[in-house]
Design a binder for this molecule. Structure first.
Ligand code: ATP
Ligand code: MG
Length: 753
């Protein structure tokens, strides 16, 4: 693969040229608290890719400083992911916990030079004292402790003499720094928890900000590449290395944009909820955006790396359309995998004028694919076709088999329908057909015109298989939680039929099932007795119709966004807006960036703000929903005004409607230009917050799910999410999630088995 040049590579090249660094050393530093996801794939691709291309090396380091959430099974999953993507880490897997002693010694040194102190304020007080972006903070009185006292207390913290939270170790920097992170950041905290590697040796654990820079230094990392949310932590990173006066070469931190994709959730914490709440079948469920999930589904490492390359490395966060990932896997498999036939919903066809059987030869690849190969395809009097490839009363434009329209059996003959056999209920159970002996594929002299070719299998030789049809796990682009789960994300077809060539004893086998999509022999459940195939992806993007995209190809789309999101520096005006958003309006960097860089959006935002003082909620809708509309339409074409958006947000703010319903209303506004309030009234979308109305629904949901109630009572408290989701669903998303949460939680406690 030919990775496009990006700003990180430019930096690396310059550092090598100027001699600032002799060898490129990077690291991939995950916290082992969950399975890695496609966002991690991007980080792996960047860190390992750069090291490889500049003849350096990349370390795999488990950032295991938080003993409460970490586990060796996650360490294994992380190793698997890196290997599967085709990369090799330098030496052994490393662990931050291996450096605990060294890091502890560095802390002692900081104390000795008066740059760190033990603070004994409560967590709450620490937060209060920190100040705000416009007000300076105030330093704790404990900052005046003597070096001796600090050394003594810190040692006793380490020895476990204090309770969790009683003391912390803090850097002494500047309580009025404009970068809030520099206001005496925490370096160590007390945690009486067993660590999965260090055991019970430590009662204090270093914070990310202290451990990370030092681990990088200890390992000789030259370029510490991380995601944008660490931008403000860079000052601490440099401060620590500087104050400790560490001998060069020192590592330097650079940030790139986090990858987000729509129709899914990404953080390990949210994925853990789905796994523990039984919403999916484990971390490698093919519907999850985990690397293990994609792998099990049948994605190839090449397709994922290609995707990471396509989305590029930019300095601005953006949401990437999942169809771009789907494009990458289709693109990869299109010329690689054999095309065979599978019938998912079989309808029997008896060819009355055909006796005996024959073996046809059918090519695995179409003419435009440069690969060769073919298989034997048995043909006989009894075959199966797809039930919906026959239609007794066809709509206009139906090109397949009908009582009066012939069709070609792919790789075989043309058939015509002679008779339809039905059961007592009027369901079609069989078609009696006639074949045309001179119409054989490849040597057709029949002159019969047909409009399409359909898949089929010979009844005697066909093999029964299970096919798992996966679709997106969430039904909306920016899912809020389990209430947005797509109820049809998995359909299991138990009795699909495949032609014999599909039966495989090779692991890792992928096929295109003609006209259906790409499929993968499930690496775990596939057996000779019960072959199981997972749907990797369909042949076309079936979701694009719904979102009325323009006709650009995914490749073009990505390239365009890449250019838009590239490291183009902000203009003075944009920068001023950005700073104002961050500092005064408290928007996060992602929202600020999107709004500040787009003149139309920032103007729209300003006008909406004039109507309603709700900066964060307005920004959310404008940077997401409104921005999407503006990509497809001119400003003058929009049917809604900033004032109406303000009205919409006002209803969210005062809990008249939920976030979810707000999106529905927004859709309506884009079409009809109607006032949001009126839409809410007309459609009866007002949020339900009255417990008297919600409680009966909760009782009903609990009564319907006795098994989950048992599991909940047995300690699977994650199922709270399940019940909440079901209740929200039952109200069409109209119930107030906060109220539902509280009520469900109360009801579950008191419910009896
Ligand atoms: P999560 O919120 O999913 O748990 P994290 O950032 O806490 O993610 P880590 O295990 O700490 O996950 O991340 C390891 C590395 O992967 C970090 O350098 C982080 O910046 C990077 N990373 C995590 N998520 C993404 C993402 N969505 N896009 C790009 N890089 C990511
Ligand atoms: Mg994390």
């Amino acid at each position: 693969m030919n990775e496009s040049k990006n700003f990180l590579r430019t930096i690396v090249e310059e550092d090598l040229k100027s001699g600032k660094c002799k060898e490129v050393v990077t690291r991939f530093p995950p916290e082992p608290n969950g399975f890695p996801h496609i966002g991690h794939a991007k980080s792996i691709f960047i860190n390992f890719g750069i090291a490889r291309d500049y003849n350096g090396h990349c370390n795999l380091r488990m950032d295991d400083t938080n003993p409460t959430t970490e586990d060796t099974k996650y360490v294994e999953a992380l190793k698997d992911a890196v290997e599967w993507l085709g990369y090799e880490w330098d030496g052994n897997v490393r662990f931050t916990s291996d450096y605990f002693s060294k890091i502890y010694d560095y802390a002692i040194e900081l104390i000795k030079i008066g740059k760190a102190y033990v603070d004994s304020l409560t967590e709450e007080e620490i937060r209060e004292y920190r100040g705000t972006v416009i007000e300076a903070g105030k330093r704790s009185k404990y900052a005046q402790r003597s070096v001796q006292e600090n050394l003594d207390l810190f040692e006793r913290m380490k020895n476990g003499e204090f309770q969790d939270g009683e003391h912390v170790l803090r850097a002494k920097i500047d309580m009025s720094a404009s970068n809030m992170k520099m206001r005496d950041p925490l370096l160590y905290r007390i945690r009486h928890t067993h660590h999965f590697r260090a055991g019970d040796e430590w009662a204090v654990y270093p914070m990310y900000d202290f451990a990370h820079c030092l681990s990088d230094y200890i390992e000789g990392v030259s370029h510490s590449l991380c995601t944008l949310e660490f931008e403000n932590n860079r000052d601490i990173y440099n401060w620590v290395l500087e104050e400790l006066n560490l001998e060069p070469p020192r590592p330097y931190q650079y940030e790139f944009a986090r990858l987000g994709i729509n129709y899914t959730v990404m953080s390990k914490r949210k994925l853990l909820e789905l796994v523990e709440g039984d919403f999916v079948k484990g971390w490698d469920d093919p519907r999850l955006p985990t690397i293990a999930g994609y792998r099990r589904k049948g994605y190839t490492p090449e397709s994922i790396l290609n995707f990471c390359d396509l989305v590029g490395v930019a300095k601005a966060n953006s949401m990437v359309d999942v169809s771009q990932l789907e494009f990458c896997i289709r693109d990869d498999l299109n010329t690689k995998v054999p095309r065979v036939m599978c019938v998912l919903d079989p309808l029997k066809v008896t060819i009355a004028n055909y006796d005996g059987s024959e073996e046809l030869t059918a090519s695995y690849y179409p003419d435009d694919v440069p690969k060769e190969g073919s298989r034997v395809l048995p043909f006989s009097r009894e075959i199966y076709i797809e039930r919906d490839d026959f239609n007794e009363n066809p709509p206009k434009g139906y090109f397949r088999l009908t009582p009066t329209q012939s069709v070609r059996l792919k790789h075989a003959y043309i058939i015509s329908c002679k008779e339809i056999i039905k059961d007592a209920n009027g369901n079609i159970t069989e078609i009696i057909a006639e074949y045309h002996p001179t119409s054989k594929s490849g040597s057709d002299t029949s002159g019969i015109k047909v409009k399409s070719a359909i898949q089929w299998v010979s009844a005697k030789e066909a093999k029964k298989v299970e096919v798992r049809l996966y679709d997106r796990l969430f039904s909306c682009e920016a899912p809020q939680g389990v209430e947005d789960i797509n109820p049809d994300s998995l359909k299991v077809v138990k009795n699909a039929l495949v032609e014999p060539a599909v039966i495989t004893d090779k692991p890792d086998e992928r096929f295109q099932f003609e006209r259906q999509g790409y499929f993968y022999a499930d690496p775990i459940d596939y057996t000779d007795e019960k072959p199981v195939f997972n749907k990797i992806v369909g042949l076309k993007d079936s979701w694009s119709k719904k979102s009325q995209k323009t006709k650009t190809t995914p490749k073009q789309q990505v390239k365009k966004e890449q250019i838009d999101g590239e490291v183009v520096p902000m203009t003075e005006t944009q920068k001023a807006l950005y700073d104002n958003y961050i500092n005064e309006l408290k928007l996060n960097s992602e929202l600020s960036n999107t709004l500040a860089r787009d003149e139309q959006l920032s103007a729209f935002y300003k006008e909406a703000l004039n109507a309603l003082e709700s900066p964060v909620n307005l920004a959310n809708i404008i940077a997401n929903e409104v921005a999407r509309e503006l990509k497809e339409h001119q400003l003058s074409e929009l049917k809604f005004t900033p004032k109406q958006i303000a009205e919409l947000v006002k209803m969210i703010d005062d809990a008249t409607i939920s976030n979810k319903i707000a999106k529905q209303i927004f859709e309506e506004m884009t079409k009809s230009g109607e006032n949001p309030k009126k839409i809410v009234e007309d459609k009866g979308l007002i949020q339900i917050s009255d417990p008297a109305k919600i409680s009966p629904i909760i009782d009903e949901v609990i009564a319907k799910n006795p098994d989950n109630l048992v599991k909940f009572k047995a300690g699977n408290t994650k199922l709270l999410g399940f019940f909440v989701g079901q209740v929200l669903k039952a109200t069409g998303g109209k119930a107030n999630p906060k109220v539902v949460n509280e009520l469900v939680s109360l009801r579950l406690q008191s419910a009896e088995l």
